[in-house]
Design a protein around this ligand. Structure first.
Ligand code: DQQ
Length: 482
């Protein structure tokens, strides 16, 4: 069945223009013209262009009616909206929603794999395939869909079975699918095929412990990086999405032996999807979840943002590093520069605005601390503080939100971040409306969402004790939509 989505996308330019006054809406991160978006899907570098598909609800700013949205870019930063790519077919195996999946190049034929859902509560989850036109705009669902319709028996359950990720090896195609084993924990199942249509179940690639890494594993990515293999998993508690973790290890005879693991992001980033581009970069998009209530999302009219795409690598200790693509630097606007400031207290800068790309480097005494503050309100009460404490080897993200009267609510998240001998603290901060992507020393990532109400005059400050700001460069960032 050929699809040229029957759901018509609203005019992207006029729809985007409606939200111009919304201080919380990002300007240089990708998001659809309106309504709900979650996971990145089908990310592929195809004939010189990057295609991003995404989980989308065309009708509401809340999750539902899962359809693949589609956008294309030449530089990973500026995007053109394209018609919806693939939508549920009523009365079929995918009637309840087109869930997440990936895209591959099959001898010149663009091919996507996705989870088809049917039944109430999307309870019947099977794996399906579709092939695309050369511009990736028109898709044909395979007549033999679903191509995998049974959850492996070892699972002990028949519902959670989703998010196929496919790659090629010398002896054929391989696929991992996220799932769970009843009473045990999350699992990633491994499959093999020679024709992409008939799939043989092999064995669990990795099984988790429900008390450690969640009850369900979603959106697995499995790929070689340097001389190791990396498995990325989005963990789910059974009630809610939780954290994205990764395992690094060896892969021999189709068995994965993890040798180390870590947390890919400590806050909103979820369901990341990676692909290899023509420059051999392992690129990753991640969905930046909202922390607003349903009522706030309805009022806003939009929900969900994609991270700036990041390049993944392994450092000498097999720790996964993530760096925003260098293409972002090409759109940087006015630059502000500070250097060699001894920090004992707080120092104002002239940096203002809600769309900033900041690079800062600090050296800190063993008992000292340092950080960057966004003072959203002119009285300094509404603020975001990104700090590092040397004695505790801890990075902290603190938000202070004023309440009625003179009270305020403080929320603090502390995460481990130790420096290595001779290393200084390096922070990269991408602030964009309600998005804050923070990456410390390329290896610790935390992406909180903040929704300041009085942010027009946001002022950046640096603070510290027994610390030195070595250098800080900040660039004002433009909108990618004008
Ligand atoms: N989102 C999709 C699922 C996936 C989950 C549904 C992760 O395919 O497991 O919208 O956010």
């Amino acid at each position: 069945m050929t699809i040229n989505s029957s759901i018509v996308m609203p005019n992207p330019a006029t729809t985007r223009a409606r939200y111009q006054a919304d201080l919380n809406r990002p300007h240089y991160h990708f998001l659809p013209p309106n309504n709900w978006m979650n996971d990145p899907n089908g990310f592929i570098h195809w004939k010189g262009k990057y295609h991003l598909f995404y989980q989308h609800n065309p009708f509401s700013p809340l999750w539902g009616n899962m359809t693949w949205g589609h956008a294309v870019s030449e530089d990973l930063i500026h995007w053109t909206d394209l018609p919806y790519a693939i939508e549920p077919t009523p009365g079929s195996y995918d009637e309840s929603g087109i869930f997440s999946g990936c895209a591959i190049d099959h001898d010149g034929v663009p091919t996507i794999f996705y989870t088809a859902t049917a039944g109430a509560g999307c309870d019947i989850q099977t794996q399906a395939m579709a092939t695309g036109s050369d511009d990736l705009v028109t898709w044909t669902k395979h007549p033999q869909n679903p191509i995998i319709s049974q959850v492996p028996e070892i699972s002990g359950q028949t519902r959670d079975f989703r998010d196929p990720f496919v790659w090629k090896e010398a002896d054929g195609w391989y696929m991992v699918v996220g799932s769970r084993i009843q009473d045990v924990g999350g699992v990633v199942f491994l499959y093999r095929s020679t024709d992409l249509i008939h799939w043989e179940y092999l064995h669990p690639l990795l099984t988790g412990d429900k008390y450690v890494d969640g009850v369900i594993w979603e959106c697995p990515n499995f790929f070689p990086l340097g001389d190791k293999w990396v498995l990325i998993i989005s963990t789910h508690s059974g009630m809610a999405t939780t954290t994205v973790v990764y395992y690094v290890g060896t892969y021999e005879n189709h068995h994965f032996t993890p040798t180390s693991h870590g947390v890919l992001d400590y806050a909103s980033l979820y369901a990341p999807l990676t692909t290899l581009d023509a420059q051999n970069r392992r690129l990753m998009f991640g969905w930046l979840r909202e922390t607003r209530t349903e009522g706030e999302l309805r009022k806003a009219g939009w929900a969900g943002v994609q991270s700036i795409p990041r390049v993944l690598a392994l450092d000498a200790n097999d720790v996964l590093t993530t760096q925003p693509v260098r293409e972002l630097q090409a759109i940087r606007g006015q630059k502000h520069h500070y250097e060699a400031l001894a920090l004992n207290g707080s120092t104002d800068t002239e940096i203002r605005g809600l769309a900033l790309d900041i690079e800062a480097e600090f050296t800190v005494q063993p008992e000292g601390e340092c950080g960057v503050r966004m003072a959203f309100s002119s009285d300094g009460i509404e603020r975001l503080e990104i700090g590092w404490n040397a004695a505790q080897n801890q990075l902290s993200v603190r938000t202070v939100t004023p309440q009625m009267g003179s009270s305020s609510i403080t929320h603090t998240q502390e995460i481990p971040h130790a420096l290595r001998p001779g290393e200084s603290l390096r922070l990269r901060i991408l602030l964009d409306g309600s998005v804050v992507e923070i990456i410390a020393n390329d290896r610790t990532s935390i992406t909180p969402r903040v929704y300041p109400k009085n942010a027009e005059r946001n002022q950046v400050q640096v603070f510290g004790r027994d610390a030195m700001l070595h250098v800080l460069n900040a660039w004002e960032m433009p909108s990618i939509w004008q």
